[in-house]
Design a protein around this ligand. Structure first.
Ligand code: SAM
Length: 294
C-alpha cells in the first residue's frame, strides 16, 4: 500500500487511474516499462515491482517532481521520472507502455489544461501518441491505453487495425455521461510471424545455422534435414562457422561423440564425424552435437 501525496495543480488519482490499474492486475508484466503522463506517479509506483525497470514521464515538471517525491517517500527505487512531451525525451524500446491521456473535448483551440484537455474532439494527445508509440515498442510489447467514449473509441480501433495491431478492450466502466475503457494494443501475431520469416529469408544459410544453434543443440544430420542439404555440406558450414565465430569472440561448442558399445569418448580437435570406434571398432556411435555460445 502506497501513500500518495497530491497537489491541486497535478491530476490526482481517480476513476480512470483505478480502472487502468485494475485492468493490469491479471496481465503478465515484465521487462522494461514506460508510463506517459505520470501525474502523481501512482500508476508507476503501484506497478514498479512487476518490472525490472520503469520510466515515467510527464509534460508537466510539477507532476515529475511530485512523482519523484512519492517514489522516494515509498522507497521505490527501480523507477526514473523526467519531463517529456510524449516520447520527445524518451529512448530505447519498452515491453509495456501505459498511458492515461488527457481526453476531454474542449472548446479551446489551444490546450489550457494538460491533465484533461484533449482539444476540440478530445483526440489531440491520443492521436499524437498513436502515431508515435510504435517507434518505442518492442516487437512483442503491449500498450495499455485508457480512453473515454467522449473521444471516439472506434476511431482509435480503426487507426490501429489499419496498421496491423490487435486492439482489445480489457475493461470498461460507465460513468455519468461517458464510458471509460482500457485498450490492450499489440502487434498482430501474424505480423510478428511475417517479420520473423522475412528476417530469416534475408539470412545466409550459415547465419541461420548460427541462429538455430544459439537456440538449441543439434546434430549435423538434423541440420542437414532442416536445410535439405547433404551432411557433408553441413560439416563444411560448421567448420567455417567455427573459424569465423572465433574471430568474433563466440564459440561453436561440440558435445563429443561416444561409442555406444564400449563407452569410449572421442576427443576431436576439428569438426569431423568418426564412423568407427578406435577402441572396439564398433560403428554404433552417438554423433556429436553442436551449439553456439556467445
Ligand atoms: C489524465 S492525467 C493521468 C495522470 C496519472 N497517470 C493518473 O492516471 O492518475 C494525464 C497526465 O498526462 C500528462 N500529459 C498531458 N499531455 C502530455 C504529453 N504530451 N506528454 C506527456 N505527458 C502529458 C498530464 O500532465 C497529466 O499528468
Amino acid at each position: 500500500m502506497f501513500t500518495i501525496t497530491t497537489d491541486p495543480e497535478v491530476y490526482g488519482p481517480r476513476e480512470d487511474t483505478f480502472l487502468l490499474l485494475d485492468a493490469l492486475v491479471d496481465e503478465e508484466l515484465s521487462g522494461r516499462a514506460l508510463e506517459i503522463g505520470v501525474g502523481t506517479g501512482v500508476i508507476t509506483l503501484n506497478l514498479a515491482h512487476r518490472f525490472q525497470e520503469m520510466v515515467g514521464v510527464d509534460i508537466d515538471p510539477r507532476a515529475v517532481a511530485l512523482a519523484e517525491y512519492n517514489a522516494e517517500e515509498n522507497g521505490v527505487t527501480n523507477v526514473q521520472f523526467h519531463c517529456s512531451d510524449l516520447f520527445s525525451s524518451v529512448s530505447g524500446a519498452f515491453d509495456v507502455i501505459i498511458f492515461n491521456p488527457p481526453y476531454c473535448p474542449s472548446d479551446e483551440l489551444s490546450i489550457q489544461d494538460f491533465s484533461c484537455d484533449g482539444g476540440p474532439d478530445g483526440r489531440n494527445t491520443i492521436d499524437a501518441f498513436l502515431s508515435q508509440f510504435n517507434g518505442f515498442l518492442s516487437p512483442e510489447g503491449r500498450v495499455y491505453l485508457l480512453q473515454s467514449s467522449l473521444s471516439n473509441l472506434a476511431q482509435t480501433r480503426t487507426y490501429l487495425e489499419a496498421r496491423k495491431f490487435d486492439c482489445t478492450i480489457l475493461v470498461r466502466t460507465r460513468l455519468f455521461f461517458e464510458e471509460l475503457v482500457v485498450f490492450r494494443i499489440q502487434h498482430s501475431k501474424s505480423e510478428i510471424q511475417l517479420s520473423e520469416s522475412k528476417r530469416r529469408n534475408c539470412m545466409t544459410r550459415r547465419e541461420e545455422i548460427v541462429q538455430l544453434l544459439q537456440d538449441a543443440e543439434m546434430t549435423s544430420l538434423e541440420l542437414a534435414h532442416h536445410f535439405k542439404i547433404p551432411k557433408k555440406t553441413v560439416l563444411s558450414d560448421l567448420q567455417h562457422i567455427s573459424r569465423s565465430l572465433r574471430n568474433r569472440n563466440g564459440d561453436l561448442t561440440v558435445k563429443m561423440p561416444v561409442c555406444n558399445h564400449c563407452g569410449f569418448t572421442f576427443k576431436l580437435t576439428v569438426i569431423k564425424e568418426p564412423s568407427k570406434c578406435p577402441n572396439c571398432n564398433s560403428e554404433w556411435i552417438d554423433p556429436p552435437t553442436y551449439r553456439v555460445v556467445p
